[in-house]
Design a protein around this ligand. Structure first.
Ligand code: SAM
Length: 346
């Protein structure tokens, strides 16, 4: 069933978190008459499909959402219908932690765990555990998550990564058309860039998203330690890049730092990124290249043999991936094995 996008109530609720975490009684979700699209759905950016959807939703607006219930930016990872949120308003860690989310279509509920909102398909499952490939599992380790910003990430500089400050500046240039919108930092790790995006004040909302529970816990600790960004427009979300919890065409910018080579199926991930981006939305990613045009021809077979299995690509493959998934205006900057690429949703 289609859901309306309804602006969050302006004042915070004083309800207790235990009350808010109760399953939401929303079998036939009632909808508000006051329809507004969320900030990231600003009119100049609307896709035709989004407009049609909003109209369809408006036609269903006979009933009303309950007190403190509204539709936020998150969608069900199973069916992609926008989730109904119940709880205090505000796009910040505390308010999201105290909110419950429900898909009226699947009747599934989602809530926060350890300060991040779990929007994986497996959230809440009791018996089933999904084993992911090495590139994903490695970063779920508490030790790797702890070490990540304490030396691991810094070691990327040896391969040509210009360092977080410069990478952030480069990404911000590409993201100019997305200013003021919703940015999702996919595979955020310990939140190195999410914190910079949130602190920049450039975006109305920043979602730090990763599959690793421990990376998200580490992100939370770093956010708390910095103090100043806890109340920024920032959310911590657990999700699989191949199943992004956002409605189609609802995201202005997607950043994926040093992540493409870690994803189980890069083509599924980039298709998914293309799905959630709105028309004109920007995708910026960085990764390690297997070799570049300046790598001596004699060294290539060796790099080919050892690095292909780690999903290290060559420049042309990344461009091919982006284009085949429907993205356009591909550009890139290369420095030794480092590549930053950008592409746009038509
Ligand atoms: C090398 S870290 C990059 C962290 C950060 N973006 C940066 O620029 O330093 C790669 C991240 O990809 C995440 N990742 C791996 N597989 C994933 C998946 N299927 N969905 C979402 N994130 C995934 C890992 O948990 C890890 O945090």
């Amino acid at each position: 069933m289609a859901m309306a996008a309804v602006v969050a109530p302006s004042s915070s609720s004083s309800s207790s978190s235990s009350h808010l975490r109760q399953a939401l009684p929303l079998k036939s979700p009632p909808l508000s008459r006051n329809f507004h699209l969320p900030q990231s759905f600003r009119p100049r950016r609307l896709l035709a499909s989004t407009t049609i959807r909003a109209v369809a939703v408006e036609q269903e607006s006979r009933a009303q959402l309950g007190p403190n219930e509204y539709v936020d930016v998150f969608a069900c990872p199973v069916c992609y219908e926008p989730l109904i949120r119940k709880g205090p308003s505000g796009f910040n860690l505390a308010a999201i932690y105290r909110s419950g989310f429900k898909c009226a279509n699947c009747n599934k509920t989602y809530s926060s765990k350890d300060n991040y909102l779990d929007l994986t398909v497996t959230a809440g499952m009791k018996s089933y555990t999904e084993a992911m490939p090495m590139g994903t599992e490695l970063f779920r380790s508490p030790l790797v998550s702890f070490l990540y910003e304490r030396g691991w990430r810094q070691s990327f500089d040896r391969s040509g990564f210009p360092g977080p400050d410069e990478e952030f500046k480069m990404a911000q240039e590409y993201f100019k058309p997305a200013e003021g919108g919703l940015l999702v930092d996919v595979s955020c790790g310990s939140g190195l860039f999410s914190r910079k995006f949130a602190k920049s004040g450039t975006y109305s909302k920043v979602v730090a998203l990763d599959f690793s529970e421990n990376m998200l816990r580490q992100s939370y600790d770093f956010i708390k330690a910095e103090g100043t960004i806890s109340d920024a427009n920032l959310a911590l979300v657990r999700a699989d890049v191949s199943r992004l919890p956002f409605a189609s065409g609802s995201v202005d910018a997607v950043h994926a730092g040093a992540a493409l080579h870690c994803w189980p199926a890069p083509s599924n991930a980039i298709s998914e990124i293309c799905r959630v981006l709105r028309s004109g939305g920007i995708f910026v990613g960085t990764t390690f290249l297997r070799y570049t045009s300046s790598t001596p021809v004699i060294a290539r077979p060796l790099r080919q043999q050892f690095l292909a299995r780690y999903n290290y690509f060559i420049e042309e493959e990344i461009e091919d991936l982006c284009k085949s998934c429907g993205l356009t205006n591909y550009t890139m900057k290369v420095q030794r094995s480092f590549i930053m690429f950008s592409a746009q949703k038509p």
